[in-house]
Design a protein around this ligand. Structure first.
Ligand code: HEM
Length: 531
């Protein structure tokens, strides 16, 4: 009975509240309607804008909490959008110096920048909370099915299958084809600057693209295809600028970028089929595609499939899948390798003592024969040349920062939690210029990489290639290829760098480059002598 009473009283009060609500709604609706009719349009626009700006400022204050960053968003809503169109290295540096964690907000995006070694490492090693992110349009250019967009277990399984393509023993197989391209460009450098110096930024980009394409596709890719891809690759970099329109509109940067990416992947598909035919016919692997196809074949032929540790390789990959993955290798390597190439040639040219030591070493390990073909063993003996490459990577790390997206609220420090959906950017440069790890960090000193030295001991600071589950797949490749390339170039060419007031200044274009684009002249020399 009591239940019934209570029940009926509930029904009654609900009915009454419902009636009041209905009344309220009707009167509220008519009040809003008459207010709408009485208010001039410009006042409505002004009020809406004020609400948006106030919401944006309040959200910024809440997200910012105690970390460093502008007190208010000086430019409402857009934030420092205009500065981000033309990023300046010095502005990045002052941001890193402003605090271990600092922030900016551009449009709706809240970005947290981590500038200490330990915070950067922590972020790289927190796949539970973060994953690497690329600009929106990258998904369209690289295609959504691409492995680089995988996360968690799916990513690590796939990655296991790729690691073997870039081990030292695999890389040794690719050396003969790589050396052909190195020789070709060493000659070209001398020919093209016979009469006067030239700007080398575009030339170094072309060399890097050509070496990568030869490594990935061997002789399946023709010289004409290499030339076409190398000539047009900059359209892909331009399409993937940090600030870009996410929808692909015909004849815009992103449209051209996608066109070149599709064309390149089409070429790779054809190469993948040729690699399959070659390996099926019992051929030896000579390039990355061959190596991949060979492991697939081994898995197919293996009686004991479980004994293969990379289970992912047991399945067959289509030509399209291979082409998409190989495209990501090109994409990941092209800008960073071009940056390293520019700085390496400039730095060596500006330091005749370093150039001389490289030559001495190259001739010594080849027993005086500069034409000795490249092998893994020979590159292992290039200790000093390797130290020069390593020090260039430390002194001018191509990748300054690696943007990540926060998957769930991330307590990155005792006092600060990064909100879900924000971007967090671990930076690499400060760790690589940390005076505690590297004495006089702003000086170029290859000798700091002598075996057993403090620089070697500071493994935690070596963030050139990132760390954790997404660490660079190509790091051994980079050290081997560049050591071999600068070693050969030093023997066969005299380097002359035209130093300008911009040579040591840093330009940010995806990675970093000398601001004057490296003006150089090369002359052929007798490779059998040091002086
Ligand atoms: C100087 C040259 C290079 C530098 C400085 C560099 C640097 C980096 C960095 C900082 C990352 C992000 C790592 C992380 O999130 O922890 C990365 C990722 C990657 N790099 Fe490199 N890289 C270089 C060349 C290459 C080359 C030559 C290749 C391929 C042959 C390559 C393939 C990749 C791939 C596939 C990833 C993504 C790995 C994943 O998500 O699992 N990189 N690289």
């Amino acid at each position: 009975m009591e239940f019934l009473t209570n029940h009926s009283s509930t029904v009654n009060s609900t009915t009454v509240i419902g009636a009041i609500k209905a009344l309220d709604y009707v009167s509220l609706k008519s009040a809003v309607h008459s207010l709408w009719q009485q208010t001039p349009w410009w006042q409505i626009v002004a009020i809406t804008l004020a609400i948006v700006v106030a919401y944006d400022q309040i959200a910024y204050q809440i997200y910012k909490g105690s970390i460093a960053g502008p007190r208010f968003k000086v430019w409402p809503v857009i934030g420092p959008f205009l500065e981000s169109l033309d990023p300046k290295f010095e502005e990045y540096q002052s941001k890193w110096a402003s605090g271990p964690l600092s922030c900016v907000s551009i449009f709706h995006k809240f970005v947290v920048i981590a500038s200490t070694r330990d915070l950067a490492r922590k972020i790289f090693q927190s796949p539970k909370y973060v994953k690497p992110c690329v600009v929106d349009v990258a998904v369209k250019i690289l295609r959504p099915s691409n492995w680089v967009f995988m996360d968690g277990k799916e990513h690590s399984e796939y990655r296991k299958g790729l690691n073997g393509l870039f081990t030292k023993s695999s890389l040794e197989l690719y050396l003969p084809d790589q050396e052909k391209i190195m020789d070709k460009y060493i000659n070209l450098f001398a020919d093209m600057t016979k009469d006067e110096p030239s700007v080398f930024f575009p030339v170094f980009r072309e060399v890097m693209c050509a070496i990568s394409l030869k490594t990935f596709c061997g002789d399946y890719i023709t010289n004409a295809q290499i030339k076409e891809i190398a000539d047009n690759y900059y359209l892909i970099t331009a399409a993937l600028e940090l600030v870009n329109f996410p929808i692909i509109i015909p004849y815009t940067k992103t449209w051209y970028g996608k066109k070149i990416a599709d064309m390149t992947m089409k070429v790779f598909e054809g190469c993948a089929q040729m690699a399959k035919d070659h390996i099926d016919a019992g051929g030896k692997p000579k390039c990355v595609m061959d190596a991949w196809v060979k492991v697939m074949k081994e898995a197919r032929d293996s009686k004991d499939k479980q004994s293969l540790d990379a289970k992912i390789l047991i399945r067959e990959f289509s030509n399209k899948e291979i082409s998409e993955a190989v495209f990501t290798f090109l994409f990941a390597s092209q800008d960073a390798s071009s940056s390293l190439c520019c700085w390496l040639f400039q730095i060596v040219a500006d330091r005749p003592d370093v150039l001389k030591k490289i030559r001495e070493e190259q001739l010594r390990i080849r027993n005086g024969n500069p034409y000795e073909p490249l092998t893994g063993k020979l590159i292992d003996e290039m200790k000093y040349t390797n130290m020069v490459v390593r020090e260039t990577l430390r002194y001018r790390p191509p990748v300054l920062m690696v943007p990540h997206v926060v998957k769930e609220a991330y307590p990155v420090s005792e006092n600060y939690t990064i909100p879900k959906g924000a971007m967090v950017v671990p930076t690499l440069y400060p760790a690589l210029h940390d005076p505690e790890a590297y004495e006089n960090p702003d000086e170029f000193v290859p000798e700091r990489w002598e075996e057993g030295s403090p620089a070697w001991a500071a493994t935690k600071n070596w963030l050139v290639f990132g760390t954790g589950v997404h660490r660079c797949l190509g790091q051994t490749y980079v050290l081997m290829t560049f050591t071999a390339f600068i070693g050969k170039a030093a023997m066969f060419l005299d380097f002359d760098h035209k130093v300008t007031e911009l040579s040591e200044q840093i330009k940010v274009f995806a990675t970093i480059f000398p601001k004057d684009d490296v003006i150089m002249q090369f002359r052929r020399r007798d490779p059998t002598v040091v002086e």
